[in-house]
Design a protein around this ligand. Structure first.
Ligand code: ARG
Ligand code: ZN
Length: 876
């Protein structure tokens, strides 16, 4: 059944103290929960029954104020425990005893077993799989947790907060009591028990407090924690410097687990991470892995304020903490690496995946107003578009104004569970502005389309810019109101310099201004322009919109060589390449022969021959738009034509730029063990982009280069880049290299994930057979989400050419896996539907095949809420 935001009611009861006692066992863990409760004065309901939520639990007994309740005093349903009469005017204590089976919990929600380690994932609604509780984020409580377990099986016993006491027990058991001094909702609860090793460090806060930092991993991974530890310290000082926010407990723990549905979880004082976002050694992790680790460590750390100290009132408000925290982690990574590159990477992700979501059957506002299964709403929209909405506030208010708003938000709401509106209210109050219209970004789904037309009047020396916004309908929202859209703008003169922007009716004069579009259509007039400038619009991608603007290829080439805005400069190149590829797609579809447009070659030559300081940025400038991005631009996606046209362009660039590319490869090729500094990373990126192009030439010398790079690489970035080239070009050593890589890395799960993913995303014709074979590989495991994502996820979401094979074998393969996963792990199953939800974007034959598979999924016996919601909405 559907849950609606409009039905929100405050909780009927409060839980002041939560006392948990766990007797740990892999197959039967016993939980005794003592909850000190009272009526919530803010609740208007007059029901003397208390409903606690619980799932998959075996109830042993219930007590009220120490008295055992007979079974007629309470009612048990599959999803709840209802205690008929509880005191209405004073505090009371409910004590519940139950057992559960962590080993049988393949959904990895609640308390579960990852290899031999017990761990938890409670967000969003997993705590109810541990014990009966008011499992909702606006019930905040003080937690004390005692863990009891076998000393050999569980030498390490962790939970939130500070360790208060510990001791020994008979039968080779021991116990530890943890106390978290901060009130928190139960979704932030965590426990970990197992044979773990620890890496320790410390951090001194701005106020001089010493915080103990601990990262827990399996012994085998102890040598892969340095980067995560350094990242944590970087994040802690960044948040002090940027937001004035300091850590609040004396201890910060991170545990890496191999089975995890998502990336990581910000449990108070005890973050639990997917190993993928902790473990790194130069020979096992790529430069991008290193960056993602720092980003996710930062993300979870930043949640301590944006999420934990101030949390969400209900799950419709998820973007309150996620959008804000993603914005914070994006800025952190931008500061730590290259702002230009980070912005481009984020926009790429947004425009390929989130725009597709926003244009499809599952489109929802960043604050959804209805859901069946909340786990389905940890989406690109809530996270990534949510971050864009926060970024727009930052743009509109300026860095200082934004910071003032944040300060007020944390000051007003520390210790509370609040709403997105509270966040915007704080921004308004701190800056004395009216954000009424801006709030529509929270309630309207869909990507606005911005159409631009310009008119230059040489007599009047004015440039008029007319901006029109279209907000296309989305499911359940046929009609929309205009949005408040900040558009960063610059005017570039023929000599490449920025002109002063003098906007009619405003006395502000500046080289860079922010136009605020609030109406459906608005004209802005720039004055005193003796020469016609080239407009650089939506600089830094200042709003999550689709920009439609008539531009000649020459104008794009001009921006590509002159726009000082790094985002728009790169964007000009992408638009140029995109246009050329689109024309070739058209040629292919109409049986014309392909010819490369010389404007593109000239533009790429110019890039290649320029001298760049930021080599990672240079590598991005050299790269063509992805097939997925190109597909997103087409009315009806033609995967084969896109692939062929893009390959053709890549070949032509390789041919025409061969000397430059060879030179760049050799100049940037160093024998390095993979140090993580911007220069070295940049060199590797440039070199590997060049190798990618050169490999299209079918040249035996280049084949030798790739093989040599593969054989001698001392870092994973270079090794996997070379292997990727080898796998995708039918290199004679293809099979040997894949096998060598497997044998070298068979004991490193995260590297094996790369081995699976590389083969799943390959372009050679035998890819589908390889994927089917890999499914039967002894190292494939449907119960491990990372492995599922690396094979099934990569194939369906990152290999359009083969996934969309005309005979439907890709679709059938995916649906079979989803049906299997539906019983094992509904969250992962429902994520895997992703590629099928986009069926309307393809030709009729493919539409029918994809719909057929969705219908087959819908008829799965015992279909989970997760899968049901996504599949049924996709078909609706
Ligand atoms: N709060 C976590 C993060 O973004 C994500 C947890 C998602 N869990 C889930 N079951 N959907 O950092
Ligand atoms: Zn988060």
């Amino acid at each position: 059944q559907t849950i609606y935001l409009k039905d929100y009611k405050p909780p009927e009861y409060l839980i002041h103290d939560t006392d948990l006692n766990f007797t740990l066992d892999n197959e039967s863990t016993r939980v005794v929960a003592s909850l000190t409760m009272s009526r919530n004065p803010a609740s208007k309901a007059d029901d003397s029954a208390l409903t606690l939520l619980g799932e998959n639990l075996t109830l042993v007994g219930v007590q009220l104020n120490g008295d055992i309740l007979s079974t007629d005093r309470y009612l048990q349903t599959p999803e709840a425990l209802v205690i008929h009469d509880v005191p209405q005017h004073e505090k009371f204590v409910v004590t519940i005893e139950n057992t559960l089976n962590p080993k049988a919990n393949t959904a990895l929600e609640g308390l579960y077993l990852s290899k031999n380690m017990l761990c938890t994932q409670c967000e969003a609604e997993g705590f109810r799989k541990i014990t009966y509780y008011l499992d909702r984020p606006d019930v905040m409580s003080r937690f004390t947790t005692t863990l009891v377990g076998d000393k050999d099986k569980y030498p390490v016993l962790l939970s939130n907060g500070n360790k208060k006491a510990q001791g020994e027990l008979p039968d080779n058991k021991h116990w530890v009591t943890w106390e978290d001094p901060f009130n928190k909702p139960c979704y932030l609860f965590a426990l970990v028990a197992g044979q773990l090793e620890c890496v320790r460090d410390s951090f001194i806060t701005q106020s001089g407090r010493r915080i103990a930092l601990e990262i827990y991993v399996e012994a085998h991974d102890l040598d892969k924690c340095d980067h995560a530890m350094q990242s944590l310290k970087n994040a802690m000082s960044w948040d002090e410097k940027t937001y004035g926010l300091e850590y609040d407990l004396d201890l910060y723990m991170i545990v890496a687990v191999g089975h995890f549905n998502m990336g990581a979880m910000e449990n108070k004082g005890l973050n639990i991470f997917n190993t993928k976002f902790v473990l790194a050694r130069p020979d096992t992790a790529t430069d991008s892995d290193y960056e993602h680790i720092e980003g996710v460590i930062g993300h979870e750390y930043f949640h301590n304020w944006s999420g934990n100290r101030v949390t969400c009132r209900d799950w419709f408000q998820l973007s309150l903490k996620e959008g804000f925290t993603v914005f914070r982690d994006q800025e952190f990574t931008g500061d730590r690496t290259s702002k230009a590159v980070k912005r481009i990477e984020d926009v790429n992700a947004l425009r390929t995946r989130q725009f597709a979501e926003d244009a499809g059957p599952l489109a929802h506002p960043i604050r959804p107003d209805a859901y069946i299964e909340i786990n389905n709403f940890y989406t690109l929209t809530v996270y990534e578009k949510g971050a864009e909405v926060v970024r727009m506030l930052h743009t509109l208010l300026g860095p200082q104004g934004f910071r003032k708003g944040c300060d007020l938000y944390f000051q007003r709401h520390d210790g509370q569970a609040v709403t997105c509106d509270d966040f915007v209210n704080a921004m308004e109050a701190a800056n004395d502005v009216d954000l009424t219209q801006f709030r529509r970004w929270y309630s309207q789904a869909g990507t606005p389309v911005l159409t631009v037309s310009e008119h230059y009047d040489s007599d009047a020396q004015t440039l008029s810019l007319t901006l029109k916004q279209d907000n296309p309908p989305t499911p359940g929202q046929p009609r929309k109101e205009p949005l408040h859209i900040p558009i960063k703008t610059g005017l570039i003169l023929p000599d490449g310099n920025l002109a002063q922007c003098r906007l009619q009716g405003s006395d502000q004069v500046s080289h860079k201004i922010v136009l605020e579009l609030t109406d459906t259509e608005q004209t802005f007039v720039f004055e005193q322009l003796p020469q016609k400038p080239v407009i650089s619009l939506l600089r830094g991608f200042s709003a999550p919109v689709k920009l439609k603007m008539q531009r000649s290829l020459e104008e794009l080439a001009f921006l590509l060589s002159h726009d000082p805005d790094t985002f728009n400069r790169w964007e000009a190149g992408q638009l140029l390449a995109g246009r050329v590829i689109a024309e070739l797609v058209d040629d292919l579809q109409n049986g014309r022969s392909l010819e490369i447009n010389p404007v593109l070659i000239e533009a790429y030559l110019k890039i290649a021959q320029n001298c760049w300081l930021d080599l990672s940025y240079f590598a991005l400038l050299l790269s063509l738009p992805s097939e997925i991005y190109l597909a997103e631009q087409m009315p009806v996606i033609d995967v084969e034509a896109i692939h062929t046209a893009r390959e053709f362009v890549a070949c032509q660039i390789a041919k025409h730029l061969e000397d430059d590319l060879r030179g760049l490869y050799l100049d940037n090729h160093r024998d390095e063990s993979g140090c993580f500094d911007a220069k070295a990373i940049g060199r590797r990126r440039v070199k590997n982009v060049c190798l990618g192009y050169l490999s299209k030439l079918d040249d035996t010398e280049i084949q030798r280069w790739s093989l040599k790079q593969f054989d001698t690489a001392k870092n994973m970035t270079d090794q996997i880049a070379a292997l990727s080239v080898i796998v995708n070009t039918q290199h004679p050593a293809r099979a040997t290299c894949l096998d060598a890589f497997y044998r070298q890395w068979r004991d490193e799960a995260l590297v094996l994930d790369k081995w699976f993913a590389l083969q799943a995303t390959a372009s050679p014709p035998d890819t589908f057979d390889a994927v089917e074979r890999l499914l039967k590989h002894p190292d494939f495991d449907l119960k491990n989400p990372n492995r599922v994502r690396s094979l099934v996820g990569s194939f369906s979401q990152a290999n359009p050419l083969h996934f969309h094979a005309a005979n439907g074998q890709g679709y059938r393969f995916l649906a079979d896996r989803i049906i299997e996963l539906n019983t094992l792990n509904p969250q992962v199953a429902s994520r895997m539907i992703g590629a099928l939800t986009q069926w309307r974007r393809y030709d009729e034959a493919r539409q029918a095949l994809m719909k057929g598979e969705l219908e087959r999924i819908m008829s799965t016996e015992a279909i989970s809420k997760d899968v049901y919601e996504v599949a049924s909405k996709s078909l609706a």
